[in-house]
Design a protein around this ligand. Sequence first.
Ligand SMILES: *Cc1c(COP(=O)(O)O)cnc(C)c1O
Length: 223
Amino acid sequence: MPAPNIAINLTRLNEEIPDHVGLVAVSKTKSADMILEAYNAGHRMFGENRAQELATKFEELPKDIIWHFIGHLQSKKVKYISGFVNLIHAVDSLKLLQVINKEALKHNRTIDCLLQIHIAKEENKYGFSPEEITNLIDSDELTELKNIRIKGLMGMATFTEDNSIIESEFLGLKKMFDKVKSLKNERFEPTILSMGMSGDYKIAVEMGSNLIRVGSLIFGERT
Ligand SMILES: *Cc1c(COP(=O)(O)O)cnc(C)c1O
């Protein structure tokens, strides 16, 4: 496999996506050198899905990188990233939020989070149901978490070739986002809808995503 041209891939993507859509370059499993290549091409926002790997890369790489945690996060791993992480995309339980709050407080920070909503048909994908999301945002338990800010929702579509399924799932998520936006909680400042990856970001953007998480199209396939 030839080495991917990271700078060119980034330029192509940035030219293609509308200005209001943010691009998280998903660098999981990729080397610090490859991340630096993207950094030197001007990119600053990167996503990782393993807490220790992210902590190591944070130590090694320039400190103005904006790090997002994008995958399922275990409570016991929060401590590795709580000192510096900029956005946690896939919060899927109140318990996890409480741990993030506690760790954020230790660092005297507020940590921005997205709630993962379960839209895909696959059972193995994590996330809240629409009803659970509404209940959580309405809850006093959330209001008490002073070192957390819920910035929006995140979701993943079913892994399928059938674009009509992906389209309807992303549309469902967008509608859910527009609905919960009107809920009031001091901890809730919804501006971000994170959906779309290498295979489905075009559909996601059409359906209203404003933050996409793209890995293999930038850095090449993961082995
Ligand atoms: C790996 C991953 C991505 C990026 O996947 P690609 O298909 O390589 O773009 C996006 N979101 C999450 C949650 C991931 O785990």
